[in-house]
Design a protein around this ligand. Sequence first.
Ligand code: ADP
Ligand code: MG
Length: 329
Amino acid sequence: MLSATKLTKSFSDVHAVRTVSFTLEPGHIMALVGASGSGKSTLLNLLAGLADPDTGDVRLNGERIPGPSDVLVPGHPDIRLVHQEYQLMPNVTIRENIDYALRFFEKNYREFRVNELIKLCRLTDVQDRIPRHVSGGEKQRTAIARAIADKPAVLLLDEPFSHLDLPNRLIIRDLLFDLVRHENTSCLFVTHDATDALSIADTLGILRSGKLIQLAPPVDVYRRPATAYAARMTGVVNIIKAKHLSLFGLTEPENSDELICLRPEQLKLDEAGVKGTVQAVYFKGSHSEIDVTFSRYVSFRLLTTRDDVRINQQVGVSLTETALWRLKS
Ligand code: ADP
Ligand code: MG
């Protein structure tokens, strides 16, 4: 089990990581989502023992992970970090890049394990090419293969989905699932885009200005975000003043400036509903998102599977549920 306790790290006056605590169980996947500059990469470096925290510590099964100022070679053999830039050796093949990570092992095992990794990371067809002659997704999978070669307990990944097209993102997702299932590795990845995190992670954290403001199963963060920021980081959302709910016949709460988090799928087109005007239509394939304006101050985004909705059309809208989530701040 990996545990971080009150980790803090500042760079002069920038508080990059602020009292971050969590635990990660073996075979679990955690995702931390935060905007650019929220401290994701700094936190990963602390977890991997590649940077010294100002305060707090990182432990693996109770044993403290030393920072670079405590050891000759920074890092820990049981915790591996895959950087955003993959740092492969440019002049040797994909296979040799992976093999190098196992150079201290005996020849037969080495060959067996490299074959296993090439299969796990879906690199069979490109194993004899040099990094320059493979795709970005394949480079990344080579970096992952190398990182997990000697079976670390924890794999950390910095923005593993950010430069990949959809097919490659799905391969990485399946690879992570295989890894936790077959090797019981713990995975922690950080990202600025929650799309993949929602469907992959067992636990999802929201990082804002170095602080972990929420940590819960993805469905809970999505449905009951701690703040407006957590709501926006996990998908499209309408953040509205509670008083505007009177539009739908809901009674006003005592504090009418209270904010309500309404996901687009909590609203639907309904001829019997409140009348509004379509301002925009965004076709998404399986559905469309549409913006409907009800007055100068009130407009909502909602989902529809209809494809006959046009801009400036008058439509009716109703709520699909009345149990709405009120934001605390
Ligand atoms: P993210 O990975 O979420 O984009 P980072 O961890 O890279 O965020 O950075 C968090 C904050 O710390 C940013 O404000 C960044 O400018 C600052 N920072 C990161 N590394 C350094 C450094 N080595 N020196 C000074 N400031 C840094
Ligand atoms: Mg970063």
